[in-house]
Structures are given as C-alpha cells and as structure tokens.
Design a protein around this ligand. Structure first.
Ligand SMILES: [Mg+2]
Length: 305
C-alpha cells in the first residue's frame, strides 16, 4: 500500500536549533525509498527555501522548496481560489509576503478586501492600520490559529492567533483562521502530495506533536494521525481531548525501520486499551489554540464620544 506522509516540523524534526534524534535517519529513509512526503508547518514566517536551508544547516540534505507547505502558501492558495484579484493588507514576515507576491495578490493599505495576519511583524502602527482597514470593510483572516509558539525548551512567543485576537477585540469582527487544523490546509497538502507522487497515495499519515492542530486536522480530514512525544505534548495530556491519534510514538525514530522495509508496524492500530489508559489531565493546562471565550461572540461595545 502506498503511504504518503505529512510531517509537522517543530517538535517532530527539530526543537530550537537541534535535530531530534532519529529525525535525520527518518528523512533519509523517506528520500531513499521514494516515499511521498511533505513538511506541513503553521509557521508563516519562513519561505519554503528558508526551511530547506535551515534543515541543510542542521545536516538534513536532499530537500528543496517543493518538500514544504506553509500556512502562508495555504493562505495565498485560499485567496487565489476563492477571490481572484483580491487585495490585502498584510501583517507578516517574508514567507507570507513572498507567497502573496508569487500569486500576485496586491498589497493595499487603503481599502483592502482582507487584513491578513501572520507570524511576527506586528507593531502598534501596523495594528492601527489593520484596525482602520477592518473598519472600512476589510475581512479579517489569520494564517494560523496558534496563540503562542515554542521558541525554546521553556520559552514561547506570541503567535498569529494572538495578533488576530487583538484585532478581533478592537474591531468586534471574528477572524477566519487558515493553517492546521483547518481542513483547507489538509486538502491542499493532500493535493500537493498527490502531484509530487504522480498519483494519490492510498493512505495519508499526518505526523505531529500538537493535538489541537496536527491531530485534530488529520482526524477531521480522514487521515491517519501519529502523535510524537518529542515536542509540545506529553502523554498525560492526550486524554484531555475528544479526538485521539491513531498511534502515539516517542519520536519519528520509531518509524525509520518500517519506512525502510515498507512493512507497517504491528502496533499501527493504537490499541483500545491504550486509549482507555489516557485519563483527563490536570485542569488549567494551556493549549496552543484553545481560548476559553473563542466561540462566544465578542460584541463591540458602543463607542462613546
Ligand atoms: Mg509542532
């Protein structure tokens, strides 16, 4: 059976500036066997070329831009497909600006169709401009819903979701969030995987370290989902979620042999008793995309003059 892999990066392949043990052998096995794969990241800041260079510096050779699909590319694809010739005011870094430039989505800071929020680059001046554009009728969207992103073992930084939440609060409008777990990200990634493999793989596996984005999106898109414990999720948190991964692995090192041999592991079907072993964790754990009041409408208070 031909299997294709969608692979998250941070917490799966590397953490900070270090490769996760076994990740090099994992990528080498994918390349050597001609297994279809695509790295899928919610980080909209880098371009696919940047990511290939980053992995090269970490010692992973043989990758090029075509092996990466970012939430920035997904946002550009979404706008091209749903609203050709639209314009946007963008708060974001090189990866997002370059994706929009490639797809000829014009930048407009006067009366854009959309305000698009990505990772980084938020300044008070830009947020004020974005707020004004929304007041003039621009629709608000974000490349990904992550409120925070890991930058170190115990350090995080604000993510695009937090910037979008700022504008939601100031404008009273709700943002639309692309990137994982949005089905459009998985739909386009599956299509790209099929193009690269000259035919759709019979099954697609999403490998990731985050329940709310990687695992949730895979479950909702009808893919297999492998959770790795080398990143942001510890095993005691898995039971908190309604959706569950197909399989739980310590890291991608556990997949090297089965990719080399082409024989799926016996423990492919995550056992029912193992699932039953996951209990609800301690209350108050902070999840990457969960905001307690996110599904409640945020009516804008009347302005006082
Ligand atoms: Mg990750």
């Amino acid at each position: 059976m031909k299997t294709g892999y969608l692979i998250d990066m941070d917490g799966v392949i590397y953490r900070e500036n270090h490769l996760i043990p076994g990740a090099l052998e994992f990528v080498q096995a994918l390349l050597a066997t001609g297994t279809p794969f695509l790295f899928l990241t919610n980080n909209s800041a880098p371009t696919p070329e940047d990511l290939a260079v980053r992995l090269k510096h970490l010692g992973v050779l043989g990758l090029s831009a075509r092996h990466f699909y970012t939430s920035a590319l997904n946002t550009a694809d979404f706008l091209c497909e749903t609203h050709p010739n639209c314009t946007a005011f963008v708060i974001g870094e090189g990866g997002l600006l370059s994706a929009f430039h490639q797809r000829q989505i014009a930048n407009d800071s006067i009366r854009p169709d959309y305000v698009v929020v990505g990772e980084g680059a938020a300044t008070t001046e830009k947020l004020t401009k974005a707020h004004e554009c929304i007041e003039r009728g621009a629709r608000l969207m974000a490349t990904n819903p992550d409120n925070w992103c890991p930058v170190g073992h115990e350090r995080t930084r604000p993510g695009a979701g937090a910037t979008a939440a700022y504008l939601e609060a100031s404008s009273g409008r709700r943002a639309y969030y692309l990137g994982k777990p949005n089905g459009y990200m998985f739909h386009r990634a599956r299509k790209k995987l099929a193009e690269a493999a000259h035919g759709a793989p019979e099954e697609v596996v999403m490998i990731g370290d985050t329940m709310e984005t990687d695992i949730r999106g895979a479950v909702e898109s009808g893919m297999l989902s492998y959770l790795v414990l080398s990143g942001s999720t510890t095993v005691d948190l898995v039971g908190d979620y309604v959706y569950q991964p197909t399989r739980v692995l310590q890291s991608v090192a556990e997949l090297v042999e089965e990719i080399r041999s082409g024989v799926p592991s016996d423990c492919r079907n995550f056992l029912a008793e193992e699932r039953a072993g996951f209990r609800i964790g301690k209350a108050g754990s902070r999840h990457q995309t969960d905001v307690l009041a996110l599904h409640k409408p945020r009516p804008r208070p009347a302005m006082t003059k």
